[in-house]
Design a protein around this ligand. Structure first.
Ligand SMILES: *[C@@H]1O[C@H](CO)[C@@H](O)[C@H](O)[C@H]1NC(C)=O
Ligand SMILES: *[C@@H]1O[C@H](CO)[C@@H](O)[C@H](O)[C@H]1NC(C)=O
Ligand SMILES: *[C@@H]1O[C@H](CO)[C@@H](O)[C@H](O)[C@H]1NC(C)=O
Ligand SMILES: *[C@@H]1O[C@H](CO)[C@@H](O)[C@H](O)[C@H]1NC(C)=O
Ligand SMILES: *[C@@H]1O[C@H](CO)[C@@H](O)[C@H](O)[C@H]1NC(C)=O
Ligand SMILES: *[C@@H]1O[C@H](CO)[C@@H](O)[C@H](O)[C@H]1NC(C)=O
Ligand SMILES: *[C@@H]1O[C@H](CO)[C@@H](O)[C@H](O)[C@H]1NC(C)=O
Length: 390
């Protein structure tokens, strides 16, 4: 006699298909009706608690889902197949992230479904709009804390209140063929934010948001990003760094075979002027097309967006061994390459090779500016190289 929305149909596919075990189908009759949080949590518990893992199936339809944490560790691999639309509450209650996966080792999220963060009301709040950090109102849509051996495939993340996906203390994490969408003027709606994580791979994704398509915070190591279509948004950024005293280095980042269209930045490294020391090293941005991008290549070591910070002198983040290779297209500003490094810890071993960056009309040349920079220019040099001032 329990309500339909609370019913889970446990389909033991094992009997008919042999290899597919423990499939928990969410009842599609809860479509549009009411909150399915408890239903989904129950399905998660069953799949997570089974020695041979399990699959949670969300069928097509539209389902309301409140703030929820899917807690591990699980006994086996848990798969989430989402083909329907999951809708966040329009106001985030209690300041928690919308959907959090925590301590899960072996996670697969797939399907053609959509995670709709319903962010438009949150974006209007001053806290989200003017602040650059998360608040009780602007929360992340999909948060992964301490998740290992994970794959995310196929899904769409729409209109998050803050970041779309945030990946923290994760390892061996792969994101493929997903779509992330929010309006160009939505604040802090970064597509994928990665921090304190090792071996994260992102490929074949389409991201258009109001902030960075992908941002790599402190402790991002061995990150491989390829085939990203970015725009609108603020580009693919390493940073911001130099914000907290216990930051770990960023090392081993490759961004390749990607395009930026109508974005504020293309390839960017940003660090605050602060007393925080850190290192960024072994970074490659390679084979990148830019179409009408304001700052195609930018290292900004005096990053200080708007009124949310004050310039506090030189950055102590040391940037070394960074390569920008085969970056072509059009810039909407006449400075297409801007390397503003720190006077205290100048950029070292920067290599710029085969750059062809022209003005928006495709004709006029652009400029490169650099300060406190040690590096080389090779191959095509359009803009002409800037003089080495380190
Ligand atoms: C795991 O799933 C199998 C197959 O559905 C079932 O027979 C078994 O009781 C489940 N085990 C647990 C611990 O839930
Ligand atoms: C990740 O998967 C590998 C290979 O299956 C396994 O050896 C390793 O223990 C897994 N890691 C975690 C944290 O479960
Ligand atoms: C990484 O995770 C995948 C599953 O997503 C697993 O097959 C693979 O063995 C893992 N690799 C390592 C080195 O743990
Ligand atoms: C990065 O991923 C791409 C696509 O999966 C692959 O071709 C490339 O070899 C990887 N690069 C590194 C440095 O792992
Ligand atoms: C950065 O690199 C320098 C020189 O290799 C090293 O002395 C320092 O400890 C590193 N800092 C961090 C935060 O890793
Ligand atoms: C970068 O440096 C140039 C030349 O020193 C300067 O004109 C410009 O304002 C700086 N840009 C930023 C974003 O700090
Ligand atoms: C800058 O370009 C000029 C002219 O092509 C070349 O002679 C010079 O070696 C280049 N400088 C650097 C630092 O690559």
């Amino acid at each position: 006699m329990f309500p339909l929305i609370l019913s889970i149909f446990l389909t033991c596919m094992a009997s008919c298909l042999g290899h597919l075990k423990n499939v928990y189908n969410i009842d599609s009759s809860s479509n549009g009706v009411s909150d399915m949080t408890q239903t989904l949590l129950n399905a998660w518990s069953s799949a997570c608690g089974n020695d041979s893992g399990g699959t949670v199936n969300v069928p097509s339809g539209t389902f309301k889902l409140n703030t929820v944490t899917f807690q591990g560790p699980c006994k086996g691999i848990v798969s989430f197949k989402v083909n329907g639309i999951l809708q966040a509450p329009t106001d985030s209650k209690g300041g928690a992230d919308w959907i959090k996966f925590s301590n899960v080792y072996g996670l697969q999220i797939s399907g053609s479904g959509t995670f709709d963060g319903q962010g438009s009301t949150a974006w209007k709040h001053t806290k989200c709009n003017k602040g650059s950090s998360q608040s009780a109102i602007c929360t992340t849509s999909l948060k992964f804390n301490d998740v290992k051996n994970a794959t995310i495939q196929g899904i769409t993340s729409l209109n998050s209140k803050f970041f779309h996906l945030a990946i923290t203390r994760c390892e061996n994490f792969s994101i493929n063929e997903i779509t992330i969408t929010a309006p160009e003027d939505s604040p802090n709606t970064d597509g994928i934010h990665i921090s304190n994580s090792n071996k994260v791979q992102v490929s074949n994704v389409k991201i258009g948001t109001g902030d960075d398509c992908i941002s790599l915070g402190p402790g991002s190591t061995n990150i491989n990003i390829s085939s990203v279509k970015c725009g609108p948004g603020h580009g693919i950024s390493i940073g911001s760094l130099g914000t907290s005293s216990d930051e770990l280095p960023v090392q081993g980042v490759t961004v390749s075979d990607s395009s930026f269209t109508g974005t504020q930045n293309g390839a960017r490294i940003k660090t605050f002027g602060s007393s925080v020391s850190n290192n960024v090293s072994d970074v490659i941005f390679q084979n990148i097309d830019v179409n009408d991008v304001k700052n195609p290549i930018i290292i900004d070591q005096q990053y200080c967006p708007g009124s949310s910070c004050e310039e506090k002198g030189d950055s102590l983040v040391r940037i070394s061994n960074v390569k920008f290779i085969n970056i072509k297209g059009t810039s909407t500003s006449d400075v297409s390459v801007q390397l503003n490094c720190s006077a205290s810890v100048p950029c070292q071993e920067i290599e710029l090779q085969d750059l062809k960056l022209t003005c928006k009309d495709g004709q006029a040349t652009t400029k490169a500016t650099c300060s406190n920079f040690k590096g080389t220019f090779e191959g095509d040099q359009d803009p002409p190289n800037c003089s080495n001032t380190a």
